[in-house]
Design a protein around this ligand. Sequence first.
Ligand code: PLP
Length: 355
Amino acid sequence: MKLYIPGPVQVSEKTFRAFCRPMIGHRSGEFKKLYGGIQPRLKELFQTEQPVFLSTSSAWGVMEGAVRNLVGEGKVLNCMCGAFSDKWLDVSRKCGKQAEALQVEWGQPIRGEQIRAKLKEGGYQAVTVIHNETSTGVLSPLQEICEVMREFPDVLLIVDTVSSFSVVPIPMDAWGIDVLLTGSQKALAMPPGLALFSASAKAFERAEKVKGRGYYFDFLEFRKNQLEDMTPSTPSISHIYALESKLEDIFTEGVSNRHQRHAQLNDLVGEWVKRNGFEFFAPEGFRSRSLTCVANNRGIDVAAFVKNLKDRHGIVLDGGYGKLKGLTFRVSNMGDETQESMTALLAAMDDCLPQ
Ligand SMILES: *Cc1c(COP(=O)(O)O)cnc(C)c1O
């Protein structure tokens, strides 16, 4: 069985071998060497001078944690354009925060001017944005959003890049992102269970004043432990081994080559979409580079298509997320995919497409 769903994605043999290395003590010198050793590459990948933290949780842990660390008595604006970004509003409210929605229709991006209009109302402490909304295949214009955020220096920007990290450039410091977070099982093609994040100086200043940060996701605990190349609690050491191996892969390929590879593979899928008379769910100019959300304008039986792919080719494809089930299907090109693997996928899709 091979996964072409947009997360978890297929994990390579090499990553698995690293994942399965024997355990070491998490307060040992060996661990500190492992942890400290990957920091320079992590910082380079995050394009930040700040430390990069590793949280043994899925991305949602840090998504919740960022709200708890950066939002006190003021409001948080949750920008919503799909399943994951919509859920962030509920999560903020469950943390007891005053959360407001900036909701656009699923399939549309979040635009800078929409955020500006909301923030002008005043009283906001932070904004959450999902860079690449995995459920709809929409890539929101992050640079445009970051430029708007400069007009509101007291409002901090929290960005989820779970399915765009290392796919397109995201210069954290240059764009002024306050919390940049990602998860292990999508764009990074590792097993699920680890989240990576970095926080700006402004984010730490805010966290110092915010009460009720809790312990497990307290940014100040992460910062304190990082000084000694450690995590606050016992981390998933296996994931850190896997991450070390993945960083080796990424820097061997070269970061910009990696971006280019994703663009090329994404274009291959795009050509398949057009060739077969389908449309894209996301508008031109705002399409994800790591997955394609295909609009089922032909009205095919998506469930049968997905089942045939599985039965005949051992390929797992997604038949649409939540309310988009059957109305769309999603093709992932994230992680370690190659020209060969994507060409094979598209041939299998041709074979299973109802006439
Ligand atoms: C998958 C996904 C998440 C949630 O990740 P978990 O690992 O389940 O916590 C969050 N944001 C985006 C954009 C995702 O694609």
